[in-house]
Ligand binder design. Structure first.
Ligand code: GTB
Length: 217
């Protein structure tokens, strides 16, 4: 059964890998699972048909037979658990990889997204100049800690796992802000993720939505 995911019909970044369907596409590409994409508009996302799939009216969603999922992390975990290649077979190593998935989404992503959202949407607010350094320091604290833990390793815990996939996807979003450049080992880590053929295929597929090459459903 070919899974169907949802993605933006019109993404503010014009398909440059920022929207969260990217990580789902990447996971599917890593395990060589073909998939279909249904594009949704901003208004369509808030209509009953989409809300039945996603209670918060967002993308991505994932449909496979009678299974419907939302939350990019849960979708990536489902893909990793139902195919070989993204989670180690050793039980402890598998649990550690899942721990890194949670760390990416719960510990790293919130301060990085707060920082980025403020830069993009709140520059004109009277409190921006005072608040932004606070947000940046919070993001730097986590980046410092992650950088220290990664050291000069290629991946977070041995071989590439779904933990690295989500961590790279989260850090990738911060590339544009410039903050990642302060951490050469994290920049190199993201570059290693981007160099994976599966990442490239996923990126190209997301970009194709905006160049008109996507076969929309
Ligand atoms: N926790 C959920 C998950 O991980 O799946 C969060 C899902 C989410 O934030 N979805 C966003 C969405 O549907 C798209 S990814 N937003 C519409 C809405 O809430 O009404 C966030 C995103 C979108 C676009 C850019 N960009 O263009 O730069 C970056 C990030």
């Amino acid at each position: 059964m070919t899974p169907i995911i949802t993605a933006f019909e019109q993404s503010p970044d014009r398909g440059k890998g920022q929207a969260r369907d990217m990580r789902v596409r990447w996971a599917l590409e890593e395990v060589n699972q073909a998939y279909d994409v249904r594009l949704v508009s901003f208004t369509g996302m808030k209509e009953p048909e989409h809300l039945a799939l996603h209670p918060f009216g967002q993308i991505p969603t994932y449909e496979e037979g009678d299974l419907t999922l939302f939350e990019s992390g849960a979708i990536v975990l489902h893909i990793a658990e139902s195919h070989a290649g993204l989670l180690p077979s050793d039980a402890n190593a598998r649990s550690r990889a899942i721990t890194w998935m949670f760390a990416a989404l719960n510990t790293m992503e919130p301060p990085l997204v707060d920082c980025e959202v403020a830069m993009l949407l709140e520059r004109e607010k009277p409190w921006y100049e005072e608040r932004q350094p606070v947000l940046e320091d919070r993001a730097r604290k986590r980046l410092d800690e992650l950088s220290r833990r990664l050291g000069d390793a290629d991946w977070l815990d041995g071989t590439f796992t779904a933990g690295d996939l989500l961590m790279v996807a989260v850090l990738f979003r911060s590339k544009e802000s410039g903050i990642l450049e302060e951490y050469p080992n994290l920049s190199a880590y993201v570059a290693r993720g981007e160099a994976r053929p599966a990442f490239k295929r996923a990126f190209a597929a997301q970009l194709a939505v905006f160049t008109g090459a996507h076969p929309s459903r």
